[in-house]
Design a protein around this ligand. Structure first.
Ligand code: F3S
Length: 424
């Protein structure tokens, strides 16, 4: 038996790691995973299929964070399972073209190098499920980017808590995480049922809904019952490849930003709700109704009509979203800055199939590896951003010092061309 709390059972391999048999780096990782298991009352540790590590931008990590990563790498810690990185503070290739200060870029590249030594792949995206890492239904994970956590849990039916950066890294090194919260059936039941009686006409409506749900639910698991659910969503077997992926990733990202929702269900749509129906509702669940999205739009629009930057791709844009933006920009030219952030692999695919060219000809900047929220934006001097992301509209005032205009992709593209964002 271990020296830890009697209710946390460790197998011999965990015990050995904890005793230092796998090296000092692995011992530190095991210590962290076990400590979290004790705090949250886990019964044991569960192997994870993959890990996604947030806490990559040097803007957030600073010298202390970089020192922590270097220390663990020097102690021989290394990921045992596929481990991927969230966005960094710069485009790792084109940062000079973007005018990033040399000193910041040097520190950011040192962070990436430390993660490489720790065996973490510098994919630098918040949409790993769009670039080849699609978890299976029921697979246990240790992911930390909140929008990716919401999507993996809700849309794919995989199981992950909302990990912090260090706890995700520790899980990658140990190959396991503590089994509590959303790893358990009980933790995945809905504590709140929300009847949505207003129509949902666009991806922006899903984002505004997500904002309102997050405010209501906090960290509870909500079950949404959409009165006017789009037909094509019901019973859709492959939501990630469906045209509704942007709607669902925007919905989950918004509720993870305005609240701390890590799992949502939609009756008849998301996999666990399809399988379990009303049995998914926990005893004593609260009920409420959302009948109007206007309060969501009002909260997400803090700027006047004029904007000086437009941002698309939070979470990172899919190929379909890039294609939609390219269609809207065909033969036009932007007046404001237009930043479209996406995974490097998605941008490369867009270049191969001719989607990138009309975007760049129109003046859009395709940016990999980073996003507005984690980049060192202050030296650009922007004041107001238009975005189709409710998550970015939530974060931009506090994280980027930007006032916000929020609306559908079409309105954002018009704003990029005219400098003015009309009301949605
Ligand atoms: Fe991704 Fe950055 Fe938005 S990490 S979800 S693009 S805030």
């Amino acid at each position: 038996m271990s020296g830890c709390a009697p209710d946390l059972t460790l197998d011999p391999a965990d015990e050995a790691c904890l005793a230092g048999a796998c090296g000092e780096g692995a011992r530190l990782a095991a210590q962290l995973v076990v400590a979290l298991g004790r705090i949250y009352g886990a019964g044991d540790l569960v192997p994870v299929g993959s890990v996604q590590v947030a806490g990559v931008s040097y803007r957030n990590l600073g010298a202390a964070g970089l020192g922590f990563l270097r220390d663990w790498a020097a102690k021989g810690a290394s990921a045992r399972v596929p481990a991927l990185l969230n966005p960094a503070g710069i485009d790792l290739v084109a940062w000079r073209e973007h005018g990033i200060p040399e000193a910041f870029a040097r520190q950011q590249l040192a962070v990436i190098e430390a993660y490489r030594r720790l065996g973490v792949t510098p994919s630098c995206t918040c949409t790993p499920y769009l670039v080849g890492n699609v978890p299976r239904y029921g697979e246990h994970l240790a992911w930390s980017e909140s929008s990716a956590v919401a999507l993996a849990n809700s849309v794919l039916g995989a199981r992950t808590n909302r990990e912090g950066g260090p706890s995700a890294l520790a899980a990658a090194i140990l190959g396991k995480t503590a089994r509590y919260g959303l790893h358990l059936d009980a933790g995945r039941r809905a504590g709140m049922v929300i009847d949505v009686t207003c129509p949902l006409r666009s991806t922006a409506d899903f984002g505004a809904l997500g904002y309102l749900v997050g405010r209501l639910a906090g960290d509870a698991v909500p079950l949404l019952r959409l009165r006017a659910c789009p037909e094509e969503l019901l019973g859709q077997p492959d939501l990630v490849r469906s045209p509704y992926l942007p709607h669902l990733k925007g919905l989950g990202a918004a509720m993870a930003a305005s609240g701390a929702v890590a799992l949502y269900h939609i009756a008849g749509v998301t996999p666990e709700a399809r399988v379990q129906g009303e049995a998914l509702v926990a005893p004593g669940a609260t009920h409420c109704t959302i009948a109007d999205l206007a309060p969501g739009y009002a909260a997400l629009n803090t700027a006047g009509a004029e904007v000086d930057i437009v941002s698309i791709g939070c979470p990172h844009a899919s190929l379909g979203e890039l294609a939609a933006a390219a269609d809207l920009l065909q033969g036009r030219h932007t007046r404001t800055a237009l930043w479209i952030t996406s995974a490097r692999a998605t941008i490369e695919e867009a270049r191969r199939c001719g989607i990138a060219e009309p975007l760049e000809r129109a003046g859009a900047r395709l940016i990999a590896d980073t996003c507005l929220v984690v980049a060192p934006l202050q030296h650009y001097g922007f004041h107001a951003v238009a975005t189709n992301s409710a998550k970015l509209a939530c974060y931009a005032p506090g994280h980027c010092g930007l006032a916000t205009r929020y609306g559908p992709l079409e309105a954002c593209v018009e704003a990029a061309v005219s400098g003015v964002m009309r009301d949605a």
